[in-house]
Design a protein. Structure first.
Length: 140
């Protein structure tokens, strides 16, 4: 499959690199589409980061006007990454069976939404790490 790597300066969050590591070309496109659609394109308009594709690497560079905006942007990206991952886990069978999105019971995601609602990006990093451990354990 593939993974994401985030590179940023914790003391100056003006530039955030979102790098996709992938096993094959299909994974690359799926990963890029997923991160762009759910995490980057959904950044609130008032934050207005500049998003460009990385040169020489598979991913995006997200530039922010100042570090306060950068912190809000990376928090948003991590929050949505967590929620999309949890959604994929919760609805794994339904998505595998190509159930229509309209038929999914999104109230099942409510506890996760409430869990991340007031978390900062540092706390979200550890939650995302816990999910990765869960997925690794399930695949074993």
């Amino acid at each position: 499959m593939g993974t994401f790597k985030f590179t940023y300066d914790d003391d100056n969050l003006k530039e955030i690199k979102v790098i996709c590591k992938y096993d094959d070309e299909k994974d690359r496109k799926d990963l890029l589409d997923t991160i762009k659609t759910f995490c980057i394109d959904s950044i609130p308009e008032e934050l207005q980061p500049e998003v460009t594709e990385l040169e020489g690497e598979c991913g995006y560079l997200v530039k922010c006007e100042d570090e306060d905006v950068g912190e809000k942007v990376i928090t948003h990206i991590f929050k949505y990454l967590y929620l999309v991952t949890r959604m994929a886990m919760i609805f794994k069978d339904e998505l595998s069976n190509k159930t229509k999105v309209e038929e999914l019971d999104f109230s099942l995601l409510r506890p996760d939404i409430e869990k991340v609602e007031n978390l900062g990006y540092r706390e979200l990093v550890s939650l995302i790490g816990e999910i990765e451990k869960e997925e690794d354990h399930v695949e074993d």
